[in-house]
Design a protein around this ligand. Sequence first.
Ligand code: CUA
Length: 315
Amino acid sequence: MLFSNFFVLAEEKTQPATDYVAQLEKLEEFLIVISFIACVLITLAFVYFAFRFRRKESREEGKATQHHNLPLEIVWSFIPFVIFMVSFAWGWLVYKDVRTPPKDSLEIQVYGQKWNWEFIYKNGRKTTNELYVPVDRPVKLIMTSRDVIHSFYIPTFKIKQDVVPGTYTFLWFKANHKGEFQVFCTEFCGAGHSSMGAKLNVLSLADWENWLKTDPYKGLSLVEIGQKAFQGRCTACHKPTQERLIGPGLAGLYNTKRDLEDGPVVLADENYLRESILNPGAKISKGYPNQMTPFAGLLSEEELSGLIEYIKSLK
Ligand code: CUA
């Protein structure tokens, strides 16, 4: 393999992460080798001709001895044509594979939003910034955005697809072994773009089925539920300290007076926190951009109350 992967967090084996990683790497190697050979030949010819046909005396005029060389012209047209057609056919075969999910694919919904990824599984289980899939099963991601254009990219799997508001796009892959892999957003989508990543966890089928049935909030206190929801959804923009990120730091915010961008000073009580989560544009704190995605409809009551309790607990 000419290229190694830089984005594998933990891997069990060294076999390619998906089948088309191997296919794509072979194609890349072919293109690089062919380009290298062409580059060397052209450079050598260039140097040779520059020397061979250099001007020997001042005011010397070149004289053309021959206008055409049919066999030569056919050869230098035909060989590149064959190389281009081989690259095209080979690329098309791999592309067809990448774009055609098998019928028995496991479907998972993906939502991009500023600035996190949400995953919704068939049984209604939701995760944020953590995608769980079984090993050796084709998985089809049905993706859309809640705001601007994002792009879902798994470098180790060599797959990438734009995630566009108002339409579904898709990706499919079959993970060849268990492990953790990095997911990036690769479409510049605003201030939090660089922190819009997720982790892909590939589990054995049995582990994955068990995981699917677990309740992520089981046995947790309200504050802990809030902390978990915060870590999944809020950390691209807010810190649990007083430090400013894209939005205000949240520590010590509860029950203080907030200066608004336009309008009166308000008290950051439970109602203010609730409104600022569900409809952030309603009351913008002075000096901050109106950038936050409204979370109305995206959080359960449990998560909402948890988040408010968590913010109250931050001192
Ligand atoms: Cu989303 Cu960049």
